[in-house]
Ligand binder design. Sequence first.
Ligand code: GRG
Length: 299
Amino acid sequence: MSTTETFTSYLTRRAAEVNEWLDRLVPSETTPPEQLHRAMRYSLLAGGKRLRPSLTLAAGEGLGADTDDLMPAACAIEMIHTYSLIHDDLPAMDNDDLRRGRPTCHKVFGDAVAILAGDALLTQAFRVLSADSPHRYADRQVRVIREIATAAGTVDALIGGQIVDIESEGKRVDAATLEYIHRSKTGAILTASVVVGGIIAGGNDNQIAQLRAYGERIGLAFQIADDILDVTSTSEQLGKTPGKDQAANKATYPAIHGIDASNEKARQLVDEAVAIASNLHLRTRVLEEIARFIIARSS
Ligand code: GRG
């Protein structure tokens, strides 16, 4: 990031770079089976902040890795994130009509194609992660795959958090369960996004541990901010339906702790994350900027 560039224009520029890579890393719309590839690309290339790839790039470049060596993993994580959004929007889960400012995948292509498009994005992610490359170290590649598979899995991870979230709907949820849901459903993939950048860059154990600590803090702060935005934003701002948490009687940070305490908690987590990133003395200050952006964003 140059000194004159604002952070949002920096993120927009990085998102455009990520989009070019994503475009190349999934089959074209004319590759059979065309309908499935159209559905995958519809959701994957529908916009989105590209926050997770930006975290991978920021952590990796900050420790000296080349962008081209980070992009496949950054894009694989975005594919997994998009799969989780497609499945989360299905009638059997959150039943949402709007995502990234456009009709959800199943609304356009039907439930069966949307389920398969999600499955296919998850599978394609691991194909990309395991592809041969003269620039990649095999030992780091295996660690990256393990990190991402673990974060997308069931134990303190994406699918585990999602099932506990679904099982908790309409029930009284205590603060510990809510934190488990947030850390697993949202935090695990965000944390892995940061850690993977560090692994690809060849970071030492201490640097990886610090990146993980940073990721855990911004992961929880991100979901608290998401809960707050669900209460305070419009669908135009969000690109998805607001007020859904309350309508579904979902446990959220504002519902359990109140808006003021939620804002305070998110701020505190971001301050801690900024301090951790600063102490790493990376080549760029992008991780600090991303941490601040997480609670300043409006969508
Ligand atoms: C279906 C296995 C499975 C998991 C679903 C990701 C998820 C778990 C649910 C999505 C619902 C939701 C609103 C989660 C809260 C946080 C979150 C992941 C928001 C979306 O991420 P952003 O804001 O979205 O980074 P963009 O579109 O910018 O990528």
